[in-house]
Design a protein around this ligand. Structure first.
Ligand code: TYD
Ligand code: MG
Length: 463
């Protein structure tokens, strides 16, 4: 039988096949298979062992009560927004994947953090696998990050990077970006899933072995995934996404996975001439362009991101459609969620949208995932279609059930406090049956209107 020399690997999930497949049976993506050379396993093993990077210190088992907890040492990035997403700073020896679209500001963020770390006497080795050292130096001058403790190396070869890391013994290692690094032991091309997986794996072992905090920068594919997302997410301790709209300067750092902190925390920045500036009061920024005399189809909702509350404006526009099938466009809101809310409005409120286009936009480029935003979306659509002006001093929140009932939301107190802080006077909230909770919320200093149905809510939000 002929010896197989190559395999086809799905570049999205890592599924392997001996022949080309148009659709991946594992992740159902199309045209993701790339041919890679099969290597002799013994060859890779011998090369790896010669690099002396696999070391198992622990052998045998221990009673759970006898296991000693390693003290986690945290190092602050001196950026409150960054630290928040990390769960209180970098955990020493952890491996962090920072992902985002090209040009969003990943290198800028890390160089700024490197500057702050170097000021705390931490040695940082910055691997410029994508840009030249002089390009990074130009950025560093812009950010005022010309520190004695930051070392640059223009290197793509992983084995060379490891050699330099072992020689310099830095506290922090930055690999910018993992897609541009290759291991000489792997035959497939740079940026392929086998290369990314292997390189991350080796970097991880080096990080753990020498207790070096490592930040790996990764690009996002056209579909919005980190290249080789599943394989990388399992390996690293934290995955942070850096997001933002192309023509806006607001940047959002989001924790997708974090072994040392809460996920779904966000850090908000503004990209300016001198680098990223932290936004300490994001609600103010997101509401700053709001019309003073609010028009129809605009509501403000308090939404929870991690541990904090952001006030966001939701806008809706409805109008007669020139198409046979009306259009539904949702920006910042899940499409299916919008369809469900529209269905409830049609059935329970009697709003006929079958000949109307509906556009929804969340200001600030934030994606709202929580159902507590349902009521805000519904009221925005309702007031736009009936051309009713909403009250500019009212916020609303509540999940909408299929029978048009308003269901409870969590963290009500945090939401109401943030609304009051931002100068809102009234809030439309789900009905509260518990009297003690009601009394506590009443003390916040914002007038509450409890509602059980969408139709009740509309009376309180109109001007
Ligand atoms: P960069 O960090 O190179 O992005 P990435 O590493 O994610 O590809 O940032 C690139 C953009 O940021 C570029 O369009 C210029 C802009 N920028 C500023 O606006 N101000 C700054 O101080 C810096 C360094 C960059
Ligand atoms: Mg970059």
């Amino acid at each position: 039988m002929a010896k197989l020399k190559s395999k086809w690997v799905c570049q999205n999930c890592g599924y392997e096949s001996f022949s080309y497949l148009g659709k991946c049976p594992e992740c159902s993506k199309f045209s993701t298979f790339v041919e890679e050379i099969i290597q002799d396993k013994t060859e890779i093993k011998s090369k790896n062992s010669s690099m002396n990077i696999i070391k198992s210190e622990n052998s045998g088992y221990t009673k759970i009560r006898d296991v000693k907890i390693d003290k986690t040492v945290r190092i602050s990035s001196k950026m409150e927004e960054f630290d928040r997403v990390l769960g209180g700073g970098f955990v020493e020896g952890s491996l962090i994947l920072l992902a985002g679209d090209p040009g969003i500001g990943k290198s800028t963020l890390i160089l700024q953090a490197a500057k702050n770390l170097s000021e705390q006497n931490k040695k940082v080795l910055y691997v410029c696998a994508e840009e030249s050292t002089s390009q990074v130096k130009i950025r560093a001058e812009r950010l005022n990050a010309n520190s004695d403790n930051i070392y640059l190396t223009q290197q793509n070869c992983l084995e060379e990077i490891i050699k330099q890391t072992e020689e310099l013994k830095p506290d922090f290692l930055v690999v910018d970006s993992i897609q541009s690094v290759f291991s000489a032991n792997i035959l497939s091309s740079t940026g392929s899933i086998s290369q990314i997986r292997e390189c991350t794996n080796i970097v991880m072992r080096i990080a753990k072995q020498h207790n070096i905090t490592t930040i790996v920068i990764g690009h996002v594919t056209k579909e919005g995934n980190i290249a080789g997302p599943k394989v990388l997410e399992h390996m690293v301790d934290a995955v942070l996404n850096f997001e933002g709209e192309r023509y806006k300067t607001t940047r959002i750092l989001r924790g997708i996975k974090n072994r040392f902190g809460a996920i779904s925390e966000v850090g908000i920045f503004n990209m300016e001439d001198g680098g990223l500036v932290e936004i300490k009061n994001p609600s103010e920024l997101f509401l700053s362009d709001r019309e003073i005399n609010t028009t129809s189809g605009s509501t403000v909702i308090p939404t929870i991101e991690g541990k904090r509350c952001l006030l966001l404006e939701i806008q809706a526009l409805t109008g007669a459609t020139p198409y046979p099938n009306p259009r539904r466009v949702a920006r910042g809101v899940e499409y299916d969620r919008l369809l469900q809310i529209l269905a409830v409005l049609e059935k329970r409120v009697g709003l006929n949208l079958s000949k109307q286009d509906v556009y929804i936009n969340v200001i600030g480029g934030i994606e709202i995932e929580e159902p507590a935003a349902d009521l805000g979306i519904a009221i925005a659509v309702l007031t736009s279609s009936r051309d009713i002006t909403t009250n500019k001093e009212t916020v609303c929140m509540g999940e909408i059930g299929l029978s048009g009932e308003i269901r409870s939301v969590d963290n009500l107190e945090i939401r109401l406090k943030e609304a009051r802080k931002m100068g809102f006077k009234k809030a439309v909230i789900p009905y509260i049956s518990n009297q003690t909770i009601k009394e506590r919320l009443d003390k916040i200093g914002i007038k509450l209107f409890e509602v059980k149905k969408i139709v009740d809510a509309i009376n309180f939000i109109v001007n």
